[in-house]
Design a protein around this ligand. Structure first.
Ligand SMILES: Cc1cc2nc3c(=O)[nH]c(=O)nc-3n(C[C@H](O)[C@H](O)[C@H](O)COP(=O)(O)O)c2cc1C
Length: 205
């Protein structure tokens, strides 16, 4: 039998058609999100926020901000995966559990806080890059968490970020990076599209 992770990588598709009759309960959404947060982030910053849009009213608002894309409403839930501009002020909360678990020396909290400050402090480009990296990795893990639960996903960049930020009350340091529709696929979706040959994309030095 094929390794299940490899099978998921090879079978996942960007789903366009969802069964709008099927819903996900809040506990299920929480479990998918818990798995997504096992993705790595720089310095364990965890500079993301997942907004799970599941009520018809909220979906309608999100669909309008996503140029009317039907899957926003047809999927059981559509996540707004947000990246946050990194701040050293979160390091205590993010790293203290590692110290308490006994494997991270306590002084590393200050050391990593200083590293975060010097890496991102006065560099808006680096801050934005890190927010995008974090949310993208979170969304990727969310896709495969959904696959593991037998669910389909559809990522979207087709949305107005300013409208999403306004409608869903994002903070000034939050960027809506990607929308991810999650739910049950209905008939008629395409298979995964063939990729470029590896020789076009891989350089081994
Ligand atoms: C960041 C990102 C943004 C995307 N935005 C949209 C979108 O707004 N609407 C849409 O229908 N598909 C969108 N897609 C789906 C892509 O078209 C799809 O992933 C690509 O064609 C490969 O499809 P496959 O993974 O099913 O082979 C997006 C995919 C990604 C990764």
């Amino acid at each position: 039998m094929k390794n299940p992770i490899i099978a998921a990588i090879e079978s996942r598709v960007s789903t366009n058609l969802f069964d709008s009759e099927k819903v996900l309960d809040p506990e299920h959404i929480e479990e998918l999100t818990r798995l997504a947060t096992r993705a790595p982030t720089a310095y364990n910053l965890q500079n993301w926020r997942f907004i799970a849009v599941r009520t018809p009213e909220a979906k309608a608002r999100l669909q309008a901000a996503a140029y009317g894309q039907a899957k926003v409403s047809e999927a059981a839930v559509t996540y707004i995966v947000c990246g946050q501009l990194p701040s050293h002020t979160v390091m205590e909360e993010c790293l203290r559990p590692s110290v308490e678990a006994g494997f991270m020396p306590a002084q590393m909290i200050d050391a990593w806080s200083e590293a975060v400050e010097s890496t991102y402090g006065d560099n808006p480009q680096m801050q934005r890059d890190e927010a995008i990296r974090t949310a993208t990795l979170g969304a990727a893990f969310l896709m495969f968490a959904a696959e593991a639960h037998g669910l389909a996903t559809g990522p979207m960049v087709g949305f107005d970020p300013a409208a999403v930020a306004r409608e869903f009350g994002l903070a000034a340091h939050e960027i809506p990076v990607v929308l991810l529709a999650v739910g049950h696929a209905r008939q008629g979706n395409w298979p995964q599209k063939p990729r470029l040959p590896i020789s076009r994309v891989l350089e081994t030095i």
